[in-house]
Write a protein that binds this ligand. Structure first.
Ligand code: ADP
Ligand code: ZN
Ligand code: ZN
Length: 833
């Protein structure tokens, strides 16, 4: 029976397919009759898109209505036997598209790991045993065309579609596979096929001690075969536990230098051993080390009960627990409880650097039912986690922000650790979402609970908790005998006068480092800039090298001996001579982690100094190696960017040095105080986590600054109160919602004109809200695009947010359809960070 070329009848299905493209609509495709029984909502389908592209989409709806404007193309292939994306996910994706003002396609693109949305294709090859000339099959003309081409090369679906037209593609391929003329070498599946391992075990006949005894008698004169069996028995204790034989042993493990493969093969041939294959995970989550017995302290216990109590009436709780108060142990108990009641759990962490240590802890408790999901994983690994959630293999996921996209269908608990962290916010590309906020919506869809945790909660979350919208649980004591560290300031102004500064280091900090190293304790140094020095200039004429694509000065990286742009990656060598005045007096200004690392090595020649920043952690295990070395005490001083501030838990760190607090505090952004408070408190929290007290030295030129004083007193509430008053006075979150519109164009004037027009139209239409700008952002050009910003401040709860957003979309779309602005790009960021 022909699959295609059936007339449109009531039995013809059309599918609305979501494609990972930034076009705000679905696309209609026709379902081949033969698949009517198999086609499902949420299933992935390969379709032709445009003239040449073949891409993976998701089927969102099925109906019998042929599209009026065009003739629907056939779906080329259905990829799953079950929906890869479930109903709750689709609801969440739709919410994200609506809330963050992007297309559903953009959400899909962010959600699916590349392995699940391959646009490269299945490859078709001629079967090696097939010979066209000698074949006695009758082929149609079209089939012949294809077969002749395949004699010379393998072809992708899109090549074939071009050759034959898509309408015939599926029929012909099926017919040719039937005639064993071709093989569909499915690259897509091949690459993501589960990893397997060859194992061997004794055949059932030999799986008893009596049988084995007899066996040994019969092969007594074959010592090599005997060796194989003896080694096997060493690992697999069949004699005591006949069941153990079922698991067998990896072939790799059995065959070593003294064991010959050919003897094993003989044993297999003689049906004494049998070979079998098992699926092995690409990564090992099993941890065999001892599980320490943990008893919650009185404070932890009280906090835990308070969380449970709060969950009885509220769906979100905020755990405000100071650094080292033992929040993780409480999380572990909550996770266990949620898993015991057969619901899934998602534990979100802001960064991979943090996952390394926590995952090691969690592995001991949850073993292989726990999946880990983050961007340093290969695509195949991510696909495996995705499928693992889908098939119920993992009911507990630890991961970074993108884990919110996984196909959970029965979440009971979401933990958002370090909820204040800006890494939860995706900047670019769309969807520009905040995983913490999405988690709340997700929890609603699943009727799950959310626990936000932090030592330095965001102003927004703490405010909600204060207002009674979230439960609020405070944990004010460090676990055990540990005390919060003492924080002192190194007054750089005074030290400059007294000439005690060496390089970038205050005399005070140097002295404290020396004392710390002497007693074999460790030091963490935090400087939030990578590279050697953020700027270079000519001492004679003041010339500063700038990026050719962006409005920023270039950062000097000594290791690469190059000037590098941190925004676009542009690189050039450090000039020997000033290009403007030919002076050779080119000097570096300011300092980054690289320079501090160098200075530390000079000051403390015997100490091992390690640096942790973007440049040293590019490889998959970059973080792990650095953290392990520090944990084992092989490194004495760890210097790094914000990566060193988060969640790390070391026994022997008794000193933390903080550079450039002033720059953090005075950064031009309404959140700069909040960020500075969080970063400094968090990194300070790495010190003195056991019985020895810790010390924190902050280098500053403004020791009287009120924010620093609050930090010295470890007073979150005082900080919160003053910030909240500020936010209220200046109409910032949590009292308003911000929407930031960025206008981009390669021509500065066009950019500005478009921004002016848009701002005016917005003001006309949305006269009731405050609109700031257009203004140039701090960095006014990136990758050759000039930027202008417009900021909308929407008072909370007063206006219809959806209507306002709709206006924004209408006006921006209108503007970019005007001829002169067609190449202007406009992005909208809801709740920017
Ligand atoms: P936080 O995340 O609040 O900064 P952690 O959860 O990392 O704190 O706990 C700090 C340290 O105290 C960790 O090393 C942890 O192993 C230890 N700890 C916390 N609670 C307990 C407990 N109940 N029993 C034993 N050790 C604990
Ligand atoms: Zn010069
Ligand atoms: Zn640049």
């Amino acid at each position: 029976m022909e699959i295609f070329d059936q007339p449109d009848t009531v039995n013809t299905f059309f599918a609305e397919v979501l494609l990972p493209v930034p076009i705000p609509k679905l696309f209609t495709y026709r379902v081949p009759h033969a698949w009517n029984e198999h086609v499902l909502i949420g299933q992935r389908a390969i379709v032709q898109f445009g003239e040449r592209k073949i891409i993976t989409g998701i089927i969102l709806a099925l109906h019998h209505q042929a599209p009026k404007e065009y003739e629907a193309k056939y779906i080329l292939e259905l990829l799953d036997n079950f929906p890869a994306v479930n109903d709750v996910q689709l609801k969440l994706f739709q919410w994200m598209a609506d809330y963050y003002l992007c297309t559903l396609g953009e959400v899909m693109n962010a959600a699916l790991p590349s392995g699940l949305k391959l646009s490269s294709e299945s490859i078709v090859q001629l079967h090696p045993a097939f010979n066209l000339e000698e074949s006695n099959h009758a082929f149609s003309e079209k089939e012949l065309i294809l077969l002749k081409r395949l004699q010379h090369e393998s072809l992708g679906y899109s090549d074939i579609a071009k050759l034959l037209g898509t309408k015939h593609l599926y029929t012909i391929l099926k017919s040719l596979t039937g005639k064993e003329a071709i093989i569909l070498f499915e690259e897509i599946r091949e690459k993501y096929r589960p990893k397997t391992e060859k194992k061997v075990r004794l055949t059932p006949d030999y799986n008893t001690s009596e049988a084995l005894e007899q066996l040994f008698n019969t092969i007594a004169n074959k010592p090599k075969q005997e060796d194989v069996i003896l080694k096997y028995l060493q690992h697999v204790q069949v004699i005591h536990h006949p069941e153990a034989n079922k698991q067998g042993i990896a072939k790799k493990q059995l065959i070593t230098e003294d064991i010959s493969e050919s003897s094993l093969n003989t044993l297999i041939k003689n049906k004494i051993f049998e070979e079998f294959e098992v699926v092995v995970p690409r990564f090992d989550t099993e941890d065999k080390s001892e599980l320490p017995i943990v008893l919650l302290s009185e404070e932890q216990d009280r906090a835990q009960s308070a969380i449970f109590k709060s969950f009885e009436t509220q769906s979100v709780a905020l755990l405000h627990g100071i650094t080292g108060s033992g929040k993780t142990e409480i999380y572990i108990n909550l996770i266990k409880k949620a898993l015991d009641s057969n619901t899934q759990v998602l534990y979100l962490l802001p960064e991979i650097a943090l996952t390394t240590q926590i995952v090691q802890r969690l592995k001991k408790v949850f073993g292989s039912t726990m999946g880990i999901y983050h961007s340093k994983f290969s695509d195949a690994e991510r696909v495996e986690v995705w499928n693992g959630v889908l098939q119920g293999k993992f009911d507990f996921i630890v991961g970074v922000r993108s884990s919110i996209f996984l196909p959970f269908d029965n979440l009971g608990l979401i933990i958002v650790d370090e909820e204040h962290d800006s890494s939860y916010k995706q900047q670019d590309p769309a969807p520009r979402y905040n995983a913490r906020d999405v988690a709340m919506v997700m929890a609603q869809l699943h009727h799950a609970k959310v626990l936000l945790g932090s030592a330095t909660p965001s102003i927004e979350s703490y405010y909600q908790a204060q207002q009674g919208k979230y439960g609020l649980i405070e944990l004010n004591k460090r676990f055990g005998d540990a005390q919060l560290p003492q924080v002192i300031l190194a007054d750089m102004g005074r030290e400059r006068k007294q000439k005690t500064i060496k390089g970038e280091f205050s005399g005070l900090l140097l002295k404290k480092i020396e004392e710390t190293l002497k007693v074999k304790e460790q030091v963490i140094i935090f400087q939030n800039r990578r590279g050697y020095s953020p700027m270079v200039n000519c001492e004679d004429c003041g010339w500063v090298p700038k990026c050719v694509n962006c409005a920023v000065s270039l950062t000097y990286h000594q290791f690469r001996n190059a000037l590098v742009c941190h925004y676009c990656g542009y690189k050039e060598s450090l000039p020997q001579q000033c290009p403007t005045c030919t002076s050779a007096r080119i000097k570096t200004v300011g300092y980054g982690t690289e320079k501090l690392e160098e200075e530390l090595s000079l000051h403390f020649a015997d100490a091992q100094v390690q640096r942790m920043d973007l440049d040293t952690t590019r490889s998959k295990t970059g973080y792990e190696t650095i953290i392990d070395q520090f944990e084992r005490g092989e490194t004495n001083i760890l210097v790094g960017t914000q990566m060193v501030t988060k969640g790390l838990d070391f026994d022997r760190v008794s000193l933390v040095g903080i550079f450039n607090a002033d720059r953090m505090i005075h950064f031009p952004d309404f959140r700069s105080y909040e960020r500075a408070f969080q970063l400094i408190t968090q990194v300070s929290g790495r010190a003195g986590r056991r019985d020895k007290p810790g010390l924190v030295v902050i280098q500053t030129s403004g020791p009287d600054h009120p924010l620093l004083q609050t930090i010295l007193r470890h007073n979150y509430k005082e900080f919160f109160a003053s910030q909240l008053a500020d936010r209220k006075q200046h109409d910032y979150p949590p009292f308003t919602r911000l929407i930031e519109i960025t206008i981009k164009h390669t021509d500065k004037k066009t950019c500005k004109t478009a921004a002016d027009i848009l701002a005016e139209q917005l003001r006309d239409t949305l006269s009731f809200i405050r609109i700031l700008g257009p203004g140039e952002p701090a960095i006014s050009k990136i990758r050759n695009q000039f930027l202008m910003n417009i900021l909308l401040k929407v008072p909370r709860g007063k206006y219809d947010l959806a209507a306002i957003k709709k206006t924004i979309v209408t006006l921006t779309t209108q503007l970019t359809t005007e001829k002169q602005f067609r190449s202007v790009r406009i992005t909208v960021d809801v709740d920017p960070m």
